[in-house]
Design a protein around this ligand. Sequence first.
Ligand code: DX5
Ligand code: ZN
Length: 220
Amino acid sequence: MFELAPSILSADFTRLAEAIQAVEAGGATILHVDVMDGHFVPNITIGLPVVKAIRQVTNLKIDTHLMIAEPSRYAEKFVEAGADMVSVHIETDAHLQRTLVGIREAGAQSGIAINPATPLVALEEALPFADYVVLMSVNPGFGGQKFIHTSVDKIIRLRQMILTRGLQTRIEVDGGVDASNIAKMIESGAEIIVSGTGVFGKGKPIEAVKQLIEAATVWV
Ligand code: DX5
Ligand code: ZN
């Protein structure tokens, strides 16, 4: 089932509650929250207190994307703060399986995020412990970057890898997705689509969400 996950990274932070309510009204079901530490990625964004605050104003599923070093130190804290989904990067966790199990035991869905240059084979052993994979279609750190075209083939191969193993893992695509390419993501096997500037970059977020859902559901 397709779900749209607007990324608040590109929202107006002075009016965050309004932005969240707008995407909910437009039909989004997940809110993507980008947590960056200025270490794993070259940008610093938001953390636990903001997730706690967002939890007070929405019933949307909160999907925290941890772009931080040593994510195992914080993953379960994000569940306590109100996250329904927590993803950690495979490139920065030496004990990924333990972190994923910890996220599930804390009561949230566990996700593995994977950078554009990291091969899918790295996922193999940890895949059964993940509810979803965040396939990065840009190098993480900033909103508004150009979609890396080789990601389409990577989605197709990941879908195949999941099916071959008889798993239920969902594919989330993150980075550079807008109304022009969202249908291609769904066609290739993605089920959760993150969009930041595609939702908050121009005009009204509620209309942008409706348009993205319409463009995506051509394939549903
Ligand atoms: C990139 C973030 C993305 C970003 C997506 O580091 O993980 O979630 O906010 O933004 P757009 O859709 O503008 O590429
Ligand atoms: Zn993200």
